[in-house]
Design a binder for this molecule. Structure first.
Ligand code: PDD
Length: 283
């Protein structure tokens, strides 16, 4: 039986009861994080905690126990016997349960805090051979920097990609590429690695940040500028980044090959550097 964390307790997942008046359920009034466990350590827990705190501040909730969360996450790994299994930890915090009203509950009610761990089977075939993506209008709200649980535009777009036999949807906003349904996106143009700068139009990905460090260390020129849709014809490589798929090559966009339709040298180099970094952390 899976053991999850719920409002201060570790419980069998099936025993958890959440109120139908929870504002997460009624309004998607909450935020979340997804953190990777690499059989021995959490990847950049500090970065995830900083992003979590930022999301909470932006939606005006405060969780005084936030600093104790890394030990909760570890406890979830142990209680679910995942120490030696690649895993993801999910954490969601909502504004709590209260009679439905757009206004924040007054007086404030207890937050709802839910976290679980799940084993992950990294799809090495997909992540090394690459995926197809579709390109669609970015139909999300204008605060994509907040890791909000309100993901309807993301899931509709992602499903559209799946229905087209692809594995990601790349978003275009006002003619510029922002990011994807559940990842950031990078392009290589004339040997320069491009990705959207941090702004309210993208989530500041933990993997994105790490890839930028790796690129810097490898001497790969980087431009933090949004790529116009019209320049897609000039790209030689593309890849997406997120916590579970790490660095995954994109080999086609809307059925058109990227470069020669195979993962390119910059992508392969960054993937090697990423793997080496994980191996080094494992010691
Ligand atoms: N998604 N952009 C969006 C919209 C995302 O949802 C994610 C992550 C990222 C990449 O962030 P990171 O590198 O910190 O995982 C970018 C997670 C994995 C999810 O929703 O499951």
């Amino acid at each position: 039986m899976d053991i999850a964390y719920f409002n201060g307790n570790f419980l069998p997942k099936d025993d958890i009861k959440i109120s139908p008046d929870d504002r997460g359920f009624l309004f998607a009034d909450g935020i979340y994080e997804v953190i990777r466990w690499y059989e021995g350590f959490f990847f950049d827990m500090e970065g995830h905690m900083l992003r979590l705190k930022r999301s909470m501040k932006e939606i005006r909730i405060s969780w005084p126990e936030a600093d104790a969360y890394p030990s909760v996450a570890y406890e979830l790994i142990v209680r679910n016997n995942l120490q030696n299994t690649p895993s993801l930890i999910y954490l969601q915090i909502t504004r709590g349960a209260a009679t439905r009203s757009h206004a924040f509950p007054s007086p404030a009610v207890n937050l709802t805090v839910y976290s679980f761990a799940k084993g992950l089977r990294p799809d090495k075939e997909k992540t090394s051979a690459g995926i197809g993506a579709i390109l669609r209008k970015d139909i999300r709200w204008s605060r994509c920097d907040i890791k909000s649980v309100s993901l309807l535009p993301n899931i509709l777009s992602f499903q559209e990609a799946m229905d087209a036999g692809c594995h990601e949807c790349i978003f275009v906003k006002d003619g510029l590429i922002t990011e994807c349904a559940h990842s950031n996106v990078f392009f290589v143009i004339d040997g320069v690695l491009h990705t959207h700068p941090e702004s309210e139009d993208i989530l500041s990905g933990i993997t994105r940040k790490n890839v930028l460090h790796l690129a810097h260390d490898a001497g790969i020129p980087v431009s933090l500028t949004a790529v116009p849709e019209t320049r897609l014809k000039d790209i030689s490589e593309a890849f997406i980044t997120n916590t579970s798929l790490e660095i995954t090559p994109v080999i086609s966009i809307d059925n058109k090959k990227v470069g020669d339709g195979k993962p390119g040298p910059v992508t392969r180099l960054l993937r090697e550097k990423f793997d080496a970094e994980i191996r080094a952390f494992k010691g």
